[in-house]
Structures are given as C-alpha cells and as structure tokens.
Design a protein around this ligand. Structure first.
Ligand code: SF4
Ligand code: SF4
Length: 63
C-alpha cells in the first residue's frame, strides 16, 4: 500500500520488476496489478520516504 507521504518520485515504479506500480493518481504511486507482485520488497527498501509498504498475503490453505 502507498501512504500519503508519497512524493511521486517514481523510484518504486521504475524499479518494480513486475510492473505492479505506476504513477498516476494525483502524482502518487499507485498499485495497479497487485496479483503480479512477487514480494521482492524492492519498492519498499528503495523508497526514500518510507511511503510504500509491501503486504505479503499468505495463500489460503497454507500457513
Ligand atoms: S518511491 Fe516512495 S515516494 Fe517515490 S513514488 Fe514510490 S512510494 Fe512514492
Ligand atoms: S515488492 Fe511487489 S510491487 Fe514492490 S517492487 Fe517487488 S514486485 Fe514490485
């Protein structure tokens, strides 16, 4: 999820290897294809403003 302090710097959607993120909504990052996210955390680690948080979902039926 993208927090309100996102500045739209573009780092996250530039580095995301899966094209999950784009910048559109009021010049902030936006998650467009959450299902494609492979949980690499590159966006979260590289955001200079700590404005994006990767939430890894546990698949149903697994622990
Ligand atoms: S790297 Fe952070 S501040 Fe920059 S666009 Fe992505 S979420 Fe926003
Ligand atoms: S954690 Fe997901 S959204 Fe973030 S860079 Fe990796 S694939 Fe893209």
């Amino acid at each position: 999820m993208v927090l309100n302090n996102c500045t739209g710097c573009g780092i996250c959607w530039t580095i995301c290897p899966k094209g999950v993120l784009v910048g559109k909504l009021k010049d902030k990052a936006m998650v467009v294809s959450e299902g494609q996210c492979m949980g690499c955390f590159s966006c979260q680690y590289n955001c200079p403003y700590n404005a994006i948080i990767v939430q890894v979902k546990v698949a149903e039926g697994r622990q």
